[in-house]
Design a binder for this molecule. Structure first.
Ligand SMILES: [Ca+2]
Ligand SMILES: [Ca+2]
Ligand SMILES: [Ca+2]
Length: 377
């Protein structure tokens, strides 16, 4: 028994000893650790063995959930594993571990073919203190009224098109005493400049009324016709365009209720009477009276010719005349007389003049400093 036992132990010892010896001598573990193939959606990646970079371009626009098929050197492993989905919005690192435990890292970049840089560069929203600006995308203008009296230090929150940037940036305080230019740059580098006008709502010379679902403002601040139109546009409106008797009556009634000091809005060339500006003029072509309250130069014609002219397309007119009450579109009218050859802007009389009654219209010189009425859509 003892003999057998000894032999068994010796044999076990020899077996163990000889195995260890063989391992050490003959088995050298592989240090090879390369990615040999990297495929996403059937597209084979380009593998740079020196820089350890893999790049490929796919047509699928969404790169946030792609599962690549990866092949590596014999006996090596890769992490993350082949077939496991990854978000390729940014380059993804793959660590390859060789049989001998050494590692190397590949960086994989997936791009989307056919995707051109965006040219979108609009201001989508412009907000100051909770007040949303009115954005005119054609004119590239933003206008808003804020409750504060001081506009010298206001912080706007600006939203622009996807992938576009804006300068000055959103959240940066600006002095809005004068319009401020904001440049929006699209992803493709193209730019657009917006002009932003901010006005204080506390402008005490402005009162408002509504008619037929529309808002109007009476501005008791004397301006030339063109300056008045610019002021109206900056507020998001236009000098009032009176299209029918109801609108005429609503505007005239509101003017009568506005406690206007007639001495502060006089047109000397309009018989010395008091007037407010309406949105009509014949500045472009003498005798061609158009509604042009935003002063964009074009508008709907409502009268053609002098006092003996004609209504255009059944438009409403209320020119000065010998009688009060509702106008007869065929006249007779005493205006527009283009007095002194220099009356191209439309005034509504507050207190009558030798050739018309209060409420009626007179062509007067556009340089007069008059109050005015703004209409909003
Ligand atoms: Ca109107
Ligand atoms: Ca004229
Ligand atoms: Ca006149």
């Amino acid at each position: 028994m003892r003999f057998n036992q000894l032999f068994f132990s010796l044999g076990l010892f020899l077996i163990l000893f000889s195995c260890n010896d063989e391992d050490a001598k003959n088995i050298v573990k592989s240090s090879t650790k390369e990615i040999t193939k990297f495929v996403v959606n059937g597209v084979q990646g380009t593998i740079d063995a020196n820089t350890k970079k893999i790049s490929l371009s796919i047509t699928t626009p969404d790169v946030t959930n792609l599962a690549p098929t990866i092949e590596v050197s014999d006996k090596a492993t890769v992490n993350p594993k082949s077939g496991v989905a990854q978000d390729f919005s940014n380059p993804v690192s793959y660590v390859v571990t060789a049989e001998d435990g050494t590692t190397t890292t590949y960086t994989t970049t997936v791009s989307v073919t056919g995707q051109t840089a965006s040219s979108a560069k609009a201001i989508i929203s412009f907000v100051i203190g909770g007040v949303q600006g009115t954005i005119d995308t054609n004119a590239k203008k933003v206008s808003l009224q804020v409750p504060s009296t001081d506009v010298t230090n206001l912080v706007p929150t600006i939203e622009v098109s996807d992938k576009a940037t804006v300068s000055p940036k959103s959240g940066i305080a600006q002095d809005f005493s004068n319009p401020v230019s904001y440049v929006v740059t699209a992803e493709d580098g193209s730019t657009l400049t917006y002009n932003v006008s901010v006005m204080s709502q506390m402008n005490t010379n402005i009162s408002s009324f509504t008619h037929d679902g529309r808002r109007y403002e009476i501005v008791q601040e004397g301006k030339s016709w063109k300056d008045a139109a610019a002021f109206a546009v900056a507020r998001g409106g236009y000098l009032v365009e009176i299209n029918n008797q109801q609108e005429q009556d609503a505007v005239f009634q509101a003017l009568n209720n506005a406690n206007i000091n007639a001495n502060n809005t006089v047109a000397p060339d309009g018989g010395g009477g008091a007037y407010v500006w309406l949105g009509g003029n014949d500045i472009a072509t003498e005798g061609d009276w158009i509604w042009n309250g935003d002063d964009q130069g074009a508008g709907t014609s409502f009268w053609n010719g002098p006092t003996t002219g004609n209504v255009v397309n059944n438009a409403y007119v209320n020119w000065g005349r010998p009688t009060n009450g509702a106008p007869n579109p065929n006249g007779p009218f005493d205006e527009p007389d283009n007095f002194n050859g220099s009356q191209d802007a439309l005034g509504l009389s507050l207190n009558g003049w030798p050739l018309g009654f209060a409420g009626q219209w007179n062509d007067v010189n556009e340089g007069n400093t008059l109050f005015f009425v703004i209409e909003y859509n």
